[in-house]
Design a protein. Structure first.
Length: 370
């Protein structure tokens, strides 16, 4: 006899299965498994699979996305903060005796009568394309002025980094090699003194001794296009020395602490039992495994060399981005202030992103996942 099943059609009652009507593998009434494509879970599933199979690439993409999002948030904060400042450029530019009609005309010419949201979108769209608008004070292109000033600031920061980074790593390794002995104590005392002094005070000390008293250095640190390379190096000697003294101590102490942290590891003890010299143990075994925190500290200080040159450039009257920004703040030239602030933020964010990516790449567990 045959009975009609609810889902599978006629089913024999004598226990034999009909080959043309196989019984369903799932029990009657159990719903089928959901289809991820139908539920819109393809993106989430793909990202989870990608993260599982390519953890290194996934972490790098996350850092890139976070950096871009953070830069967008900072641009909004810069524009909103400047918008919230008291006072008005038109009144400052025309003076207190200006008529209301003249102030209104200036505001209309500069576009200040438009809503701030419209001005922000216009400014951000231009900044993405490299167009930062026109200076309110000088009527010149902000992008052209920044390109000249930014080159001077990067020139200064490059030579400061070229001296400070190798010197900091070398002194950190030297302090570890002679830890708790006289060289280590001398290095620690000098580094603590350098950290305690602000950069403007260090700059004035260098000016007083090397430019005023001994006359062997150039002040002010003025550079221009017709100068030769050696003349430029001579002009930036004091600003570079100031920046090196400011960032050297922090990098050196972090290098020392990171290497000491891995000196108690088993592979270091094995190298010591093999009779290797202390310098070789530090250079070949301890230092490569302490590279991740050192890279982060170096990147932070490199970001400071670009962002923190404002005070140093003002002290030495150096024609860089910092001096340009301070001059713009004095006359309330907001397009220049916004552009300088966004460029400084971009350097700081993306140098930190580069440090994170290098630290991720240096992690062997991410480079060789199981």
């Amino acid at each position: 006899m045959m009975e009609s099943g609810p889902l599978t059609g006629p089913v024999p009652t004598d226990g034999t299965a009909d080959a043309s009507h196989p019984r369903s593998a799932e029990p009657t009434g159990v719903p089928a498994k959901p289809n991820p494509a139908a539920d819109g879970e393809i993106a989430g599933t793909f990202w989870r699979r990608f993260t599982f199979r390519r953890p290194l690439a996934a972490l790098i993409l996350q850092r890139l996305g976070l950096s871009v999002g953070l830069l967008f948030a900072v641009s909004l904060m810069i524009f909103g903060g400047i918008e919230a400042l008291p006072g008005d450029f038109a009144t400052t530019y025309l003076g207190q005796s200006a008529t209301p009609q003249a102030v209104e005309n200036i505001r209309k010419d500069l576009g200040l009568d438009k809503p701030w949201t419209e001005r922000y979108v216009s400014w951000l769209g231009g900044a993405i394309q490299g167009d930062f608008g026109t200076s309110w004070a000088s009527k010149n292109s902000v992008g052209e002025q920044i390109s000249k000033r930014l080159g001077n600031s990067l020139f200064l920061a490059f030579f400061a980094a070229l001296i400070s980074v190798p010197l900091a790593v070398g002194l950190g390794m030297l302090a570890v090699q002679f830890r708790n002995r006289l060289p280590d104590k001398i290095i620690n005392v000098i580094s603590l003194a350098a950290i305690s002094l602000p950069e403007f005070f260090v700059g004035y000390l260098l000016i007083m001794f090397f430019a005023v008293k001994f006359g062997i250095a150039t002040f002010p640190a003025t550079v221009y296009d017709s100068m030769s390379f050696t003349e430029r190096l001579s002009a930036i000697a004091l600003p570079v020395a100031t920046l090196v003294l400011v960032v050297l101590a922090h990098m050196m102490r972090m290098t020392r602490a990171a290497i000491l942290n891995v000196m108690s590891s088993a592979y270091v003890e094995t190298a010591e039992l093999k009779g290797l010299s202390m310098f070789r143990i530090i250079a070949r075994h301890a230092a490569p495994n302490a590279v991740a925190p050192v890279i982060n500290v170096i990147a932070l200080n490199l970001a400071y060399l670009v962002v923190g040159v404002v005070v140093v450039e003002v002290v030495f009257v150096y024609p860089g981005m910092g001096q340009y920004m301070v001059d713009a703040v004095t006359v309330r030239d907001m397009p220049v202030v916004q552009a300088c602030g966004l460029i400084f933020a971009a350097f700081y964010i993306f140098l930190n992103m580069a440090a994170d990516i290098l630290a991720i790449i240096a992690n062997p567990r991410l480079r060789h996942p199981r």
